[in-house]
Design a protein around this ligand. Structure first.
Ligand SMILES: [Zn+2]
Length: 312
């Protein structure tokens, strides 16, 4: 009796186990969460909720959230299955978040910065008026306080419920980042799985440094749409972070476990600090308890070599 129930893999008891979307391995949820949602078998990086991302990236207790009261309005009185206004209320109740972007200031490896993190759990991390406004405000605040900006993208694209208003956020966020750039401040974009549509086509791609997590899907239109349009078979690994690194669209792939250290090092460069002094390798507490993560991508090894050279 019991095994017929287990035959349906989605029905694992109590959500104790999770099936890896990439290799199919069964992962024990507690260990999986301790590994910050990275598969222990194949290294697949699952989508990370915004609050977990902030806890992993910012120095403990350093994040101060800003612009919490911002709320989206149903300007078009948009209806799909339920009116947009009702959907916003229901999603807020479900996720505890007001919209798909969490912004504020923090320190990363002791370096102050402005931090914005997208939340895929909120309507697929779609970019609407609140996401755009928060990014613009974050850039203005960073320019005023002379802070570098770090943005984590994770999105299905522009929010269709807001129509042209959501598309306007593409220009708005790019404009805000350009003004930040003109004032001499550095911006770093980290594209995580998935970063697609209007987010890829705007702020996620125009920062000074473009990082990505391993295996992240990054693109504008989906691969199936492109294959159907051009009537050609797409190359292997199309729109994945590794493919884009090879083509020069992104600068570096960084493992989730190494992201805080890597951002610390880049922020040290960006703010004229000594990157070696700023960089003290500190394994994330939870990771020391679990198995070592899979070997990092080739590019991620480069800084290590540098470090060794400097020590020797
Ligand atoms: Zn896996």
């Amino acid at each position: 009796m019991a095994w017929t129930r287990f035959g349906k893999k989605k029905d694992m008891p109590g959500g104790l186990w999770i099936k890896c979307e990439s290799c199919g391995a069964m992962l024990f949820r507690k260990e999986f969460e301790q590994r910050h949602r990275v598969c222990a078998t194949c290294g697949y990086h699952f989508t990370l909720p915004a609050r977990e991302r902030i806890a992993l990236t910012a120095d403990p207790g350093s994040f101060e959230e800003m612009w919490i009261p911002l709320r989206a309005h149903d300007v078009l009185e948009f209806h799909d299955r339920v009116p947009y206004g009702e959907k916003l209320i229901a999603t807020k109740a479900k996720t505890g978040e007001a919209d798909a972007m969490v912004t504020g200031t923090a320190t990363i490896k002791g370096i102050p910065c402005a931090l914005g993190v997208m939340n895929f759990q909120f309507l697929g991390g779609s970019m609407g008026m609140v996401v755009g406004e928060k990014i613009a405000l974050l850039c203005e605040h960073a320019a005023e306080k002379k802070l570098p900006v770090v943005l984590f993208a994770c999105s299905g694209g522009a929010r269709m419920h807001e129509g042209a208003v959501s598309l306007m956020q593409m220009a708005k966020t790019c404009g805000a980042l350009q003004r930040l750039h003109q004032q001499g401040m550095v911006s770093i974009s980290v594209m995580t799985h998935p970063t697609t549509g209007g987010v890829t086509a705007s702020f996620a791609s125009v920062c000074d440094l473009l990082l990505a997590e391993p295996g992240a899907l990054i693109g504008f239109a989906g691969p199936r749409v492109i294959a159907t349009t051009i009537k050609k078979e797409l190359p292997k690994g199309f729109q994945r972070a590794e493919f884009l690194l090879e083509k020069g669209q992104i600068d570096r792939i960084v493992q989730r476990a190494a992201m805080r250290d890597e951002l610390g090092r880049l922020l040290a460069y960006a703010t004229g600090r000594d990157p070696v002094a700023a960089f003290k390798p500190q394994p994330v507490a939870a990771e020391a308890e679990t198995a070592a993560p899979p070997p990092p991508a080739e590019v991620a090894e480069k800084p290590r070599r540098k470090q060794k050279a400097k020590k020797g």
